[in-house]
Design a protein around this ligand. Structure first.
Ligand code: PAF
Length: 257
C-alpha cells in the first residue's frame, strides 16, 4: 500500500494506473462500516483508493471539528489488511488553494433534514467530494447509506455535472444493539453509548415520529429531527457526554403496517 500526501505527485502517478479504480472517501477514524465499503471496492475493482481528509468546510461547529477522532495508524493498518492499494491524504492548502472561493451548493434537499440546523454542511461535503472525485478519477465511488442524505446529494451531483463515475450506496453496518457504526461513536462513554443504542430501536418501532421524539427526549437526548418521508425514517440526535456533545444520525426503512 502506498500513501500520497502531495497531490501533484498523486495526480502524476494516477495517470500511470491501469484498470478499474474504486474510491472510498473518508475523514479517517475508520470503523467496520468503512471496512465494508473498502472490502466491496477491493472486490469490484482492479485498484482501490482511500482518501483520509478531515474536511473543515463541512463542520459548522468548530468544537465538533476539534473533537473529531484521529486514529491514523490504526486506519492505515486496517486499509492495508483489507487490500487498499493507495491512500491519499491531502492537506488544506493544496485542496483549498482557492481558499474556498469556489463551492458546490445544492439549494433544495441540502436545506432539509441535516441541512436545517447545519448551515453550509452539505456545501462543504459536495465541494470536497467534487475535488476528491476529480483527483481520483474513479470508475466507482462508495458511500455508506447511514449518511443517506449525503449519498443522495452526491449521486445527484454526479448526474447533474455529468461526472463519469458510478456512485455506489452501501448498507449501514450496525453494532449488536443496532447503533449505526460511526466515527463519532468513539467519543461516547459507557453511559452515552447505552443511550445511543436506543436510537435505532425507537426508529424501527411502530411509534409516530412525535412519540419517538418524546421517548428520545425522555432518555435525555437532544433531538435535532425525527422525520419520516417515503417510508424511511430519518433522525439526528445530540448526546451529552463528558463535556462533549456528540451528534449521531441514523435512518431506517419502515415496513408497511
Ligand atoms: O462521509 C464522510 O466521511 C465525509 O462527509 C466525506 C464524504 C468523506 C466528505 O468529507
Amino acid at each position: 500500500m502506498r500513501t500520497f500526501e502531495n497531490m501533484q505527485e498523486w495526480v502524476a502517478f494516477r495517470k500511470t494506473l491501469e484498470g478499474s479504480v474504486g474510491f472510498v472517501p473518508t475523514m479517517g477514524a475508520l470503523h467496520a462500516g468503512h471496512g465494508s465499503l473498502l472490502q466491496r471496492s477491493v472486490e469490484e475493482n482492479d485498484v482501490t483508493v482511500l482518501s483520509i481528509y478531515v474536511n473543515p468546510t463541512q463542520f459548522n461547529d468548530p468544537k465538533d471539528l476539534a473533537n473529531y477522532p484521529d486514529t491514523l495508524d490504526a486506519d492505515l493498518e486496517l486499509a492495508q489488511k483489507i487490500g487498499v492499494d493507495y491512500v491519499i491524504m491531502p492537506g488544506y492548502a493544496e485542496l483549498y488553494a482557492d481558499n474556498y472561493r469556489y463551492q458546490i451548493t445544492e439549494s433544495e434537499f441540502s436545506r432539509e433534514l441535516c441541512g436545517q440546523n447545519r448551515p453550509g454542511h452539505f456545501t462543504g461535503v459536495l465541494t470536497v467530494v467534487m475535488k476528491l472525485l476529480n483527483l481520483v478519477h474513479a470508475n466507482r465511488a462508495y458511500f455508506g447509506k447511514k449518511d443517506y442524505q449525503q449519498f443522495q446529494l452526491v449521486k445527484d451531483m454526479a448526474l447533474t455535472f455529468f461526472l463519469d463515475v458510478e456512485i455506489v450506496g452501501c448498507a449501514t453496518i450496525r453494532e449488536k444493539d443496532g447503533l449505526a457504526m460511526s466515527s463519532r461513536n468513539k467519543l461516547l462513554d459507557a453511559r452515552s453509548r447505552r443511550l445511543a443504542g436506543q436510537l435505532n430501536c425507537l426508529l424501527r418501532s411502530h411509534r409516530s415520529d412525535a412519540e419517538v421524539i418524546e421517548q428520545l427526549q425522555a432518555l435525555g437526548l437532544t433531538v435535532d429531527y425525527v422525520i419520516t418521508r417515503e417510508r424511511r425514517r430519518f433522525a439526528a440526535v445530540v448526546v451529552e457526554c463528558a463535556e462533549k456533545t456528540v451528534r449521531l444520525i441514523d435512518n431506517v426503512g419502515l415496513q408497511k403496517a
